[in-house]
Design a protein. Structure first.
Length: 206
């Protein structure tokens, strides 16, 4: 299966991805995770991407299409993939390959600030927690490795505003683009994580 997960910041794309990945043995390509790794490693790509990311703006199409093309060459991605956070502009969508299903994480903006400001992540594994909705066993500590959790630099209320603006202006047209091809499925992303998972399974088995 070739899947795209699309939705605003905090809608649950990164939370649902590992579960879909396990069920269907697909590779998970999250452009946000790849870009954050490049920023942390201070690679030339990371240096170019950092400014836009810190401001909550989109990184240029060329850079992002480049990292996705490179990542999709991996043997593990040949039988199917989950694109999480890509494409985010119509230009990116036009450059992409054929897609079987687009999961649209539909959710009201008003819910997202609480989700974003309460998120904690385990950097090396990408595991995500939430102080209220998915707390770790010990506050501030990863359940599996015992390593410290951290917050993303762009997870502030102020930067969220720009990220949401970018979503509505640049990414919502991508949903219309795929809707015209008849491949979009709506998910009730405001429901609790387990209920969203059930909805994802329904869509993918139909
Ligand atoms: P990216 O990393 O993709 O960030 P995003 O799209 O803003 O999405 P998030 O990761 O914030 O949300 P999510 O849906 O994964 O939420 P999660 O599941 O973690 O991109 C970051 C930046 O990189 C961009 O701003 C841009 O600069 C750049 N970039 C990336 N891709 C690009 C591209 N293609 N083109 C150009 N630039 C690009 O959930 C959030 C929290 O809520 C967690 O704490 C979680 O535990 C909790 N939660 C999840 N689901 C639920 C639920 N159902 N109920 C209650 N709580 C929940
Ligand atoms: Zn994410």
């Amino acid at each position: 299966k070739r899947l795209i997960l699309i939705g605003p910041p905090g809608s649950g794309k990164g939370t649902q991805s590992p579960l879909i990945k396990e069920d269907y043995c697909l590779c998970h390509l999250a452009t946000g995770d790849m870009l954050r790794a490049a920023v942390a490693a201070k690679t030339p790509l990371g240096v170019k991407a950092k400014e836009a990311m810190d401001k909550g703006e989109l990184v240029s199409d060329d850079l992002v299409v480049g990292i996705i093309d490179e990542a999709m060459k991996k043997p593990s991605c040949q039988k199917g993939f989950i694109l999480d956070g890509f494409p985010r502009t119509v230009v990116q969508a036009e450059k992409g390959t054929k897609i079987d299903k687009v999961l649209n994480f539909a959710i009201d903006d008003s819910i997202l600030e609480e989700r974003i400001t309460g998120r904690w992540i385990h950097h090396s594994s990408g595991r995500t927690y939430h102080t209220k909705f998915a707390p770790p066993k010990v506050p501030g500590v990863d359940d599996v490795t015992g390593e410290p959790l951290m917050q993303r630099k762009d997870d502030t209320a102020a930067v969220l505003k720009s990220r949401l603006e970018a979503f509505h202006r640049q990414t919502e047209p991508v949903i219309d683009y795929y809707d015209a091809k008849g491949v979009v499925a709506q998910l009730p992303a405001e429901k609790p994580p387990k209920e969203v998972t059930v909805e994802v399974q329904k869509v993918l088995s139909s």
